[in-house]
Ligand binder design. Structure first.
Ligand code: FES
Length: 155
């Protein structure tokens, strides 16, 4: 059940976006930025505020990879799997990350420490493989560099 403060925060985000249904994507991004993910309660509240059906809001939230439906790990590692990064070894980096972090792509480690997520272009194509860790972009990431960056981000 959503706490009153969380409900108020969702309501404020909707109001900040004019409570207009065409602003659904912006609202979803803002709520996720605030809460770290989109809970069922938040989606229900967003649907009410924007005068949309729950199915419409759920449909959009589940369509885009970027929306998280469960709380993320303390460290969020996003690895770009788009074409330019594929050409410079992101698949090997992805395999290394899954093994080193003990979690599969698209999941969170069982201790809740790390989430490993695929993304499809971080706008850093000339410096692939590209990785984003807790919102910070890194380029030319080797497996060794990934280990070091994750270790620093987690400490
Ligand atoms: S393809 Fe990876 S950053 Fe653009």
């Amino acid at each position: 059940m959503q706490e009153p403060d969380e409900k108020r925060a969702v309501l404020k985000v909707c109001q900040d976006h004019g409570s207009r249904p065409e602003n659904l994507l912006e609202v979803l991004h803002a709520v996720q930025a605030h809460d770290g993910y989109l809970s069922d309660d938040s989606l229900r509240e967003i649907a009410t505020c924007l005068n949309l059906t729950r199915a419409e809001v759920h449909g959009v939230a589940s369509f885009y990879h970027d929306f998280r439906r469960v709380p993320p790990g303390k460290t969020v590692v996003k690895i770009c799997l788009a074409e330019a990064c594929q050409a410079v070894g992101c698949d090997a980096l992805k395999e290394h990350a899954a093994q080193a972090l003990s979690t599969d792509m698209g999941t969170t480690s069982s201790d809740g420490e790390v989430s490993l997520e695929p993304v499809y272009c971080l706008g850093n194509c000339a410096l692939g493989p590209a990785v984003m860790i807790n919102g910070v972009l890194h380029g030319r990431v080797t497996p060794e560099k990934l280990d070091s960056l994750v270790s620093r981000a987690s400490s």
